[in-house]
Design a protein around this ligand. Structure first.
Ligand SMILES: *Cc1c(COP(=O)(O)O)cnc(C)c1O
Length: 383
């Protein structure tokens, strides 16, 4: 359970991200324990959080890394990740990004379209390289999450549809500077049920059977990320159920001889170790409502405004006070700049520190300078 050293935190300029590195280490240990099948290779989706202090821990734990931009490839290399443990995904890879990836000889490109495949081949030829690639397949699985974060359905920009897969595999195998390694899937995010992952296993089994019949084999399968976390109860479930997650793939996915299975976990690795700490500026009494106006806004944590997400809010200055209802709102000139409505919280006063929990993933990394604001800083705890 994350402990907030309130006296130390009071001295720091708010808002800032507080990272519980002990919890991060425990999470990484649990991943190592539950993904112990030697065929399993776990990568971290760096887009969830690229704070150097967080990245170094993840790198030290032996995970590979999944990048979606040239900037992320650079951040991963700076944090010490080995080039061959880097995977590069994304629907819109710029030429300079492909060039960086080829130059650094990364482990794999996850290719999302035919024109991208042709460009990677051309650029690899010019540079005298051979690009290892996997084809991102759109498996048409409904992951039952928010529409902005469901990526595996037929009608979206990601991946290659099942009907077009045959043609792109044939093309990949015919191109001189392309080495087709495998198939890549990613069905969505914040998935807390087992069923979508089981359906993914069944789809992959069926596809592998079909391609095997055609004499086509893959050396790797990549099942993406998407494992969800418990936003409502961060202290009850500080570490996601990795045991059940990896067991699902162990039990339901039929890997072929010599095949490796890649995972790309983002949120589940880092979400629970981070909290956004903000100071209460004013308590404003309305007619029917009471507002706590805080110094953090959607510029520091955009998930509530963008996805209608809810982060558990705690008054860490006065944890045992009398309970009242508050709307917790930020200073940004947008009505969506609201962290919670009718939150039942211990009595709030000006100067109190509030913690917005489970903010380690898609928090700090999505911060912006809208309204000419300063980006939030970060502090680390080892206790
Ligand atoms: C975002 C993303 C991930 C990580 O998703 P999480 O839900 O954070 O685990 C993995 N793979 C790809 C291709 C992604 O776009």
């Amino acid at each position: 359970m994350t402990r907030f050293p309130i006296d130390e935190l009071k001295a720091i300029q708010t808002p800032f991200y507080f990272y519980d590195l002990k919890l991060l280490d425990q999470t990484l240990n649990e991943i190592k324990r539950t993904a112990r099948d030697p065929r399993f290779k776990v990568h971290y989706a760096i887009k969830a959080n690229a704070n150097p202090g967080v990245l170094r821990r993840i790198q030290a734990a032996g995970l590979g890394v999944d990048c979606v931009s040239g900037g992320e490839i650079k951040a991963a290399l700076e944090a010490g990740f080995k080039n061959d443990r880097i995977v590069f995904a994304g629907v819109g890879k710029s030429d300079w990004e492909i060039e960086v990836a080829l130059e650094k000889e990364i482990g794999c490109f996850n290719v999302e379209s035919e024109p991208e495949l042709r460009i990677i081949n051309e650029m690899a030829a010019t540079m005298g390289k051979k690009a290892k690639i996997a084809i991102r397949v759109n498996p048409n699985i409904d992951a039952h999450t928010h529409e902005y974060i469901t990526t595996g359905l037929a009608e979206n920009k990601f991946g290659v549809n099942l009907e077009q897969l045959n043609d792109i595999i044939t093309l990949a195998n015919s191109l001189e500077c392309i080495q087709l390694e495998g198939l890549h899937f990613h069905i969505g995010s914040q998935i807390t049920e087992t069923e979508p992952f089981m359906m993914l296993c069944q789809t992959i089994n069926r596809l592998q059977d079909e391609y095997e019949a055609l004499g086509i084999k893959f050396s790797s399968i990549n099942v993406g990320g998407g494992l969800g976390i418990d936003y409502a109860n961060p202290d009850k479930h500080p570490i996601p159920d990795f045991e059940n997650y990896f067991k699902t793939f162990h039990n339901h996915l039929r890997l072929r001889e010599g095949q490796v299975l890649h995972f790309e976990l983002g949120r589940s690795v880092v979400a629970q170790c981070g909290s956004l700490i903000t100071k209460v500026l004013y308590v404003k009494e309305g007619i029917t409502k009471r507002f706590a106006i805080v110094d953090a806004g959607m510029t520091d944590l955009i998930r509530p405004a963008l996805y209608n997400a809810h982060h558990k809010i705690e008054n860490i200055s006065n944890p045992n006070g009398e309970l009242h209802h508050y709307d917790i709102v930020g200073p940004i000139c947008e009505s969506s700049d609201c962290f919670g409505k009718e939150e039942l919280l211990p009595s709030i006063s000006r100067g109190d520190l509030l913690a917005l929990r489970s903010a380690g993933a898609y928090g700090e990394i999505m911060a912006s300078q809208y309204n000419c604001r300063t980006l939030p800083s970060s502090v680390f705890s080892e206790k």
